[in-house]
Design a binder for this molecule. Structure first.
Ligand code: DAH
Length: 339
């Protein structure tokens, strides 16, 4: 039995020393130390050993096991070290290779225009507030003085979730939401996405963006509206920019106007850009209708205010002289890279 064990040890060591891969060591471990391995079969042969010799044989088997285990571990470490060294050699970094170009992204023209607007208005002390894109019909229309059956509801056809809930057609409902909070005075702008059931063309999209503005305080007059929006236009389009207010109608403001800016391309002489008129329309505005104030529990005898609404895409298209709104939504990197 002793000879048999010596033979097993010798053979195991020989095989371990000859192995070149970690997997091979595992095979050897199973073959010698496993449940059906050589050492176990020696133990099974114990029956034939005289009882008084059994402890001695058991000890010898254990020594053989420990010896093989030690040899396996030693070889495992040596092989792992060799493998690591080979890997390090193979993965040497050539610091002289040209670096991968970092692909820096671009802000979308809409985002650039929005940040510009926010900069101008926060600079004048305005807060930026947001409202929900999925809005109650009541806020989108009724609270803005557009009751059931009002023709303005047709002009802003939208997507109905159900009878009471719509995708908002304008950012103006945020006016009512802000006024209802009852914290006065108010000086806010509210940018966001709006929806209309329009067909896509160069100037229309079923989803676009507006920036709403609202000021409510004591003694606010049309002069404040004009002064504020003229300053906004100069900041956005340049010091030389002139503004012109044309009477218009919006249900939630009275009086209402549309504001044009002098063409920043030709300085007002008339060119292709302004279609020869010298002026470019950029926003709607007006004094908040007393009835709208009342619906939001603000006393129109004590407080007045003005509001305005700007199309964000319109500003981006004008500023960057882009002639088709669809380009803003296609996300073609070659297009976006230019800004
Ligand atoms: N919400 C209007 C629209 O979508 C734009 C607008 C006009 C907003 C006048 C205003 C305003 O706040 O005073 O056509």
């Amino acid at each position: 039995m002793k000879d048999q064990l010596e033979k097993i040890k010798e053979e195991a060591v020989r095989q371990i020393e000859a192995s070149e891969a970690l997997e091979r060591l595992n095979e050897i471990r199973v073959a010698y130390l496993g449940k059906k391995g050589e050492l176990t079969s020696v133990l099974k042969g114990m029956k034939t050993v005289a009882p008084e010799d059994r402890p001695k044989v058991g000890q010898m088997v254990n020594e053989a096991r420990e010896m093989i285990e030690a040899k396996l571990e030693e070889t495992r470490q040596a092989l792992a070290k060799k493998a690591r060294e080979a890997q390090m050699k193979a993965e040497v970094i050539d610091v002289t290779l040209p670096a991968k170009k970092a692909n820096v992204g671009h802000r979308h023209p809409n985002t650039i225009a929005l940040e510009e607007l926010e900069r101008i208005f926060t600079g004048m002390g305005y807060e930026v507030v947001e409202g929900p894109e999925i809005e109650y019909d009541e806020y989108n229309f009724t609270k803005l003085n557009i009751p059931e059956g009002h023709p303005a509801k047709d002009e802003q056809d939208t997507f109905y979730i159900n009878k009471e809930i719509v995708l908002r057609t304008q950012t103006s409902p945020v006016q009512a939401r802000t006024m209802e909070k009852g914290v006065l005075p108010i000086r806010m702008i509210s940018p966001g996405r709006v929806f209309r059931s329009d067909e896509v063309d160069a100037t229309h999209s079923p989803s676009f963006h507006q920036v709403e503005g609202l000021v409510i305080d004591k003694n606010i007059t049309f002069a404040d509206l004009k002064g504020t929006l003229a300053e906004f236009a100069r900041e956005l389009f340049g010091e030389e920019t002139k503004v012109k207010f044309r009477p218009h109608h919006f249900p939630f403001t009275e009086p209402s106007a549309e504001m044009d800016v002098s063409c920043f391309k030709c300085g007002g002489k008339g060119c292709r850009f302004c279609k020869g008129t010298g002026w470019i329309e950029i926003l709607g505005c007006g004094m908040v209708h007393p009835h709208v104030l009342e619906m939001c529990k603000i006393d129109p005898e004590k407080y007045t205010g003005f509001a305005f609404g700007v199309g964000l895409e319109r500003i981006a298209l004008l500023k960057y002289e882009i002639d088709d709104m669809r380009l803003l939504y296609e996300n073609d990197v070659r297009f976006l890279k230019q800004f």
